[in-house]
Design a protein around this ligand. Structure first.
Ligand code: NAD
Length: 513
């Protein structure tokens, strides 16, 4: 059984390294592949540091460390693993501001948003402290005379998580909390755009007493991902990112015999019925469309304005936009930060060009913001496009930036058709005062997560998170009860104990009657 280390009294400094290394075998390991990528400060546009890109051999080293750690970690008692999960939870809570600083520095999100991300990640750590209860199996006594049957759940072994840039702390926590609580060893391949938070989390886990090899970080790109997908000693892969990569991860990983859950992109529709509270709906649309500069998989991308609500709603949204303070996360007044890279910012801005060319009305153009024009940071102001049709690029593509589109429809049925015809099905919301209409929408929407007068319906950690259609490939949703299912497999034991005189030879198929 693994000896769980006592927590260290002093933790290594949290400052980001000039070159972000890997975390293998319980320590920082500098890359040897000779390949690196830039990590930007999105608020200034400068390259703040670099990140090592792992080779096949470096991924193999992490897998070997994880494989070696698995037998001991798996045999570590549930109560010890629970204790470690509590310590991780407390350390993340204690150091949430340092984690948030990494997020602001590399992702660009403002501190209040970064702290919100960590709070939602903490929920997953708290859920995982309940692992003794969550891993309970079932027991059936006397299924036949003197025979009992019981089911236990066991960890899979070495499992891996590949995560996107937009939640550099929360999405890893979605995965590793349940994975390691269940007794697996976990390898994280974070986004190469903002890797420092993962290294910081690795240090916290070590301080919490997670043994070497139980949690590893390999930084990198497609080379590392492809090795994870092919490595024979990795049993399961969790992925969160864009739809084309999610599809690739699912197809490649399952072909290699792995259990895979791959969460993809989104185009979340917020349906507003004519009876909705306009002020509430406008507040919600603005918060959910522009929070985190629209770089959320649960961001509202499209408002579907039904009937007479369109004009007053667009006006109410438009009125709010100039009041939102855009700026660097280092300025406490900033409510919305920059986008993650210049390439991404420019792609987002291009939809304003194509929307106008394709006949939509650009009500607010973020390219007019002074920080777009004059700063080297990757800023774009809040943008609003009205009269958008399903044929336009700005409707069809996931923009993933501070651009909200409005599509006007005549009836509830038209709105529902739009939502259900969309290839994505991550989240959706309906705004109305009519309980019957809301209940009908909840029944009808072909989408995995539904909000009723709630624009970002990210489930709490004791439910599971997952979209439908092109927003998720695989059977099980992420975190919560389905996360426990994903990271464990069932074993069913049928048992009988010697009872002198009752045993006989019988070549018939075993029957209970
Ligand atoms: P991405 O798909 O570009 O990258 C995700 C991960 O895949 C990263 O670790 C990256 O290094 C890796 N990757 C990228 N290209 C690859 C390739 N060709 N082969 C192998 N691996 C590759 O996504 P992103 O830009 O980092 O994140 C934004 C996307 O993630 C958006 O589409 C957003 O909707 C989605 N997302 C979805 C959810 C969800 O829960 N459904 C949550 C957050 C983000």
């Amino acid at each position: 059984m693994t000896q769980v280390a006592e927590p260290m009294t002093e933790r290594a400094a949290g400052a980001a390294a000039a070159v972000v290394p890997h975390w293998i075998g319980g320590e920082r390991v500098a890359g040897t592949s000779g390949r690196r990528g830039p990590v930007f400060n999105p608020a200034t546009g400068a390259v703040a540091r670099e990140v090592d890109f792992a080779s096949v051999e470096e991924v193999d080293a992490a897998v070997a460390a994880a494989k070696a750690a698995f037998p001991g970690w798996r045999a570590t008692s549930l109560s010890k693993r629970t204790e470690v999960m509590f310590r991780i939870r407390n350390l993340v809570e204690t150091h949430r501001r340092e984690i948030a600083a990494h997020l602001t520095a590399e992702h660009g999100k403002v501190p209040s948003d970064a702290l919100g991300e960590i709070a939602r990640g903490l929920e997953n750590l708290e859920f995982a402290t309940g692992v003794p209860h969550l891993m309970k199996g079932g027991y059936s006594e006397q299924v036949s005379t003197g025979v009992d049957v019981y089911q236990i759940r066991q960890p899979l072994g070495v499992v891996a998580g590949i995560t996107p840039f937009n939640f550099p702390a929360m999405v890893p926590m979605w995965m590793f909390a349940n994975a390691i609580a269940c007794g697996n060893t976990f390898i994280l391949k974070p986004s190469e755009k903002d890797p420092s938070a993962s290294l910081y989390l690795a240090e916290l886990l070590a301080e919490a007493g997670v043994p070497a090899g139980v949690f590893s970080v390999v930084n990198g790109d497609k080379v590392a991902v492809d090795r994870i997908l092919q490595h024979p000693d990795i049993a399961a892969v969790s992925f969160v990112g864009s739809t084309p990569i999610a599809r690739y991860i699912y197809e490649t990983g399952t072909k290699a015999g792995k259990r895979v859950q791959a969460l993809g992109g989104a185009k979340n529709h917020m349906v507003v019925l004519p009876d909705a509270d306009i002020e509430m709906a406008a507040d919600a649309a603005v918060s959910a469309a522009y929070g985190s500069a629209g770089e959320r998989c649960m961001a509202v991308a499209t408002v579907v304005a039904v009937g007479s609500v369109a004009d007053p709603l667009v006006e109410a949204i438009g009125k709010r936009l100039p009041k939102i303070q855009v700026g660097p996360g280092s300025d406490p007044a900033s409510e919305m930060g920059p986008l993650v890279t210049k390439v991404h910012r420019d792609k987002v801005a291009s939809y304003l060009e194509s929307a106008a060319a394709q006949g939509a009305e650009v009500v607010a153009d973020g390219r007019e913001h002074s920080l777009y024009k004059d700063s080297d940071g990757f800023f774009l102001g809040l943008s609003l496009i009205d009269h958008v049709t399903p044929a336009m690029d700005c409707y069809r593509d996931e923009i993933f930036g501070p651009v909200l589109t409005v599509t006007r429809v005549a009836t509830y049925d038209d709105a529902l058709k739009l939502v259900n015809d969309n290839p994505y099905g991550n989240g959706t919301a309906i705004f109305t005062r009519d309980g019957g209409a809301a209940r009908q929408y909840q029944f009808d929407a072909n989408v995995g997560m539904v909000g009723i007068n709630v624009p970002i319906p990210v489930p709490v950690a004791y439910y599971s998170f997952g979209g439908w259609k092109a927003s998720l490939f695989g059977d099980l949703h992420m975190y919560g009860p389905e996360g426990i299912q994903f990271y464990t497999r069932a074993k069913v034991v049928t048992s009988r104990w010697p009872d002198p005189g009752t045993s006989k030879v019988d070549l018939g198929f075993p029957r209970t009657r």
